[in-house]
Ligand binder design. Sequence first.
Ligand code: SAM
Ligand code: SF4
Length: 326
Amino acid sequence: MERLQDTLGRTFPYLRLSVTDLCNFRCSYCLPEGCFDHHHNNALSINEIRRLTLAFAAVGTQKVRLTGGEPTLRKDFLDIVSTVKQVPGIKKVAMTTNGYKISQCITQWKDAGIDSVNISIDSLDPKAFELITGHDRLKDILKGIETGLASGLSKIKVNAVLMKGLNDESLDSFINWVSNKPVSLRFIELMQTGSNTRFFNDHHVSGMKIYDDLINRGWKTLPRELDAGPAQEFYHDDYRGRIGLIMPYAPDFCHNCNRLRVTSQGQLQLCLFASSGIELRDLLQSDDQHEELVIRMRESLKLKEASHFLDQGITGMTRNLAQVGG
Ligand code: SAM
Ligand code: SF4
């Protein structure tokens, strides 16, 4: 079957699927007040997720990342993982987590079919970690990462949102931490959303300072894989781990966009900052709707914009990244 393509010829081997918009953390840039009543409990069921993944796989998707909100809050999380993993054509199942359950569950996640895990750690200082997330969990999360590495999970990445005055002077501590671990630590530039304008104005900082520091210290850039995320990765012969940089405000950031998103309510999002979503849930109710679903997905792709408009402060319908599965 023909691969899903937009009008610019971009194809989409990568789906980011939100399985809940609920979260137990209160990250300052995302859900500083925690979850409110605009969050939903009626997330996609396992059968809806299976039909959705079958449709995406039929048009060329090979990698699915389970995200949220906090995906591990779903009681049926392991069933979701194995359901997605069993879909023919899906070669990799990844997840993004705040790490809350990592030390108890990482081996189960791997056994259910998870190939790679991204964990969010914005600071290696326990006090700063607690200040940013509202939870004193750093020690436990770091222990969970060690368990994951010991269990043979080879792809572990750590996301750190780069924030002026909070962690933008932390390159040394992160570099030291990856020196003897096969882990990729990626700095993500803080993005503006509908609900964090003030925090964004106070804390946004360009990733170029990190870029320059890495190059000056002898780190070298790595080529990107087809289904990879937008991170520019760096390696250094003296370090086991890698450092990555995700700079959504860079002018060419969207040129190689290779991912689509589906919210926990079954809306296709053509961009993290799209002005509206496309309803898919009504076509996830029976196996007979597969063809119709694929047609709607193809038609929708005609609406995908060349890039986001974040540089103009336009954040679309995205109040926070928990809502769309960042
Ligand atoms: N709860 C999980 C977690 O925190 O890893 C998964 C969902 S979270 C929305 C996915 C990623 O988006 C996390 O790495 C988080 O740090 C990042 N994120 C959330 N809001 C952001 C923002 N405004 N700018 C940049 N990254 C953000
Ligand atoms: Fe929750 Fe992740 Fe948002 Fe933090 S970034 S509040 S862990 S969804």
